[in-house]
Design a protein around this ligand. Sequence first.
Ligand code: SF4
Ligand code: SF4
Length: 192
Amino acid sequence: MSSFKHFGEGLLRGLDVTAKHLGRKWITVQYPEQKLVMSQRLRGTDIIWDRSSCISCRACERACPVGCISMAVSRGEDKKLKTDDFTIDFGLCIFCGLCIEACPTGISIYLGYNYANTTYHCSSAKESKTGSTPSDGRCIELVRSNDALLVDDVARPRSGYYRPEVEANLKQQTLLINQTSYLEDLKRKGER
Ligand code: SF4
Ligand code: SF4
């Protein structure tokens, strides 16, 4: 008999909690359809390389604590160093930013804003024809080479991490504690 003593109590408590939250503002977003604007100094899981300013010094490669940067450098006809191949294995990278801090030009390598490197397909690096990629079976989809690393300001904005001068061109971070700017942005885009 005593087992029925609290019958329905849990259900009532649950309904009470639901009722209390009905009138409250929401504090979550429907990711991935809705995305928040990250901090201007985000250490994103992305690296952007600017070939035009790179002096092929390999300081970034030496600074990397996990050895995921791989560069092939040679001298051109003008005797200047040039980069023939530049790859980063994002399956190994810990996004510490040391390569960005080591770059002597201060404008050749940046962290980006991407924070989703997941992939549905994972083909072994052993199957790759690219000589500079690792051969221990890690995902080849996570190894990016020259073209994929080059700057594309629209699709891949550069983070202000260690490069505060780029912050002025970046959007303010969305703080859900103050939803105003986020809601206004959604309204502008017709999503709300
Ligand atoms: S962020 Fe760190 S781990 Fe990643 S490539 Fe740069 S130095 Fe290496
Ligand atoms: S440290 Fe900078 S300049 Fe030197 S190779 Fe790396 S990106 Fe290029």
